[in-house]
Design a protein around this ligand. Structure first.
Ligand SMILES: *Cc1c(COP(=O)(O)O)cnc(C)c1O
Length: 380
């Protein structure tokens, strides 16, 4: 096998993959309508439910061909009964995306906003549920990838259930990293794409959720043809296949990635991401960078660091210097504040972060950016 250049991706997905996952895509051509391929997808669907410790009699997974946003679209347009409302607990860019989807479909919704640098106020969520008996779906984002804030899903799910609503969580940037147990965490539906926590390739996304709720949704208003959850589920149940052409090579890569996931183990994998996250903080602290949100609110997967006020700071130049040397960092603007993100996703470890910070420090020096970096005002 020829060796493939290894890049360390510190962007919020897609993530660095192993060579074995990359090579798993190179397989003989196959028509995905063959039994052989359907069998592969069956095992894949079962493994996805195992990742979140779902009881296979209660939970199933449904695959879609698309980027992670397809899952948000699918869940929102498919799981809302006629005359009911979705309550979106919104403290970040990804829950805002869910609000936009609700607006596109004209879904009756409540955009319950909280500051992006704080956890939602559970008392306010409860009051909203108490005041509005029409809420049938509570929706939020687990790890708000823009800031790296972790939301309290177990508590929110508990509230949703106490007021008779189902709980849907966007776990795209936490699933297969932060241990999730759908029962314990009160999750009825969660979701992700293959290229983040699972460390496979782009193009395959999946919703994991309660079978009986999917069955019930058969009777709900049909708001999309391609992105209807029941439709895709039903086709899988009857034929073992996706309704339309699956991303064949990504399915092979994902199956390999899942083998590697279970071989590494949930706890060991989370410990590795935590090592990476701590190494990122050590490096940033040493150079004097400030976090956008307090450390105790962080998911352990994404660090959003504020741009320094140094007149020589130029993210593009720093990025390019690192990129040319195999390290990808990611910009982001939140509430008019410039910041960049370093993420602990992917098949990387502490040593990669140490190697990155050597290059990053060089990039600061080459661009005459003062170390430790300077900030004009106190941000926090
Ligand atoms: C990555 C991500 C998505 C999906 O984004 P795509 O660009 O469609 O892959 C959705 N939600 C969260 C929280 C994410 O991090």
């Amino acid at each position: 096998m020829e060796s493939i250049k290894r890049n360390v991706l510190l962007n919020p997905g897609p993530s660095t993959t192993t060579d074995t996952v990359k090579m798993a895509q190179v397989v003989p051509d196959i028509c995905p309508r063959e039994k052989e391929f359907a069998n592969l997808m069956k095992g894949l669907r079962e493994d996805l439910v195992k990742i979140v410790h779902g009881d296979p009699n209660e939970y199933t997974s449904v695959l879609f061909c698309g980027s992670g946003t397809i899952n948000l679209d699918v869940c929102l347009n498919s799981l809302l009964p006629a005359g009911k409302k979705v309550l979106i607990v919104n403290n970040g860019a990804y829950s805002t995306r869910a609000v936009q989807i609700a607006e596109y479909y004209g879904l009756s919704h409540i955009d319950l906003r909280f500051p992006i640098n704080r956890r939602p106020d559970l008392a306010v969520v409860e009051k909203t549920l108490k005041d509005d008996p029409d809420v049938a779906v509570v929706y939020t984002t687990h790890n708000e990838t823009g800031t790296g804030l972790l939301n309290p899903i177990r508590e929110l799910g508990d509230l949703a259930h106490r007021y008779g609503a189902i709980f849907v969580v966007d776990t795209t940037s936490s699933l297969a990293m932060i241990p999730i147990d759908v029962k314990r965490d009160n999750v009825d539906f969660c979701m992700a794409s293959a290229q983040k926590g699972i460390m496979a390739m782009t193009g395959l996304s999946f919703v994991i959720g309660k079978k009986d709720e999917i069955e019930k949704s058969k009777e709900y208003p049909k708001r999309s043809y391609y992105c209807n959850l029941f439709r895709q589920y039903d086709y899988f149940e009857k034929t073992g296949e996706m309704n339309f052409t699956p991303p064949v090579q990504t399915v092979y890569a994902t199956i390999q990635a899942l083998k590697e996931y279970f071989a590494e183990g949930e706890e060991a994998k989370w410990a590795r991401h935590t090592r990476v996250f701590n190494a990122i903080h050590r490096g940033l602290d040493r150079l004097g960078f400030k976090d956008f949100i307090p450390r105790e609110l962080q998911s352990g997967l994404v660090v959003a660091a504020l741009y320094p006020d140094d007149p020589n700071w130029d993210f593009g130049k720093v990025h390019d210097y690192c990129y040319e040397r195999g390290f990808t960092i990611y910009p982001g603007k939140v509430e008019k504040k410039g910041m960049f993100r370093l993420c602990a996703l992917g098949a990387i470890d502490e040593a990669d972060i140490e190697a990155f910070f050597k290059v990053f420090e060089e990039a600061l020096n080459v661009n005459r950016i003062q170390i430790p970096v300077i900030y004009k005002r106190n941000e926090q």
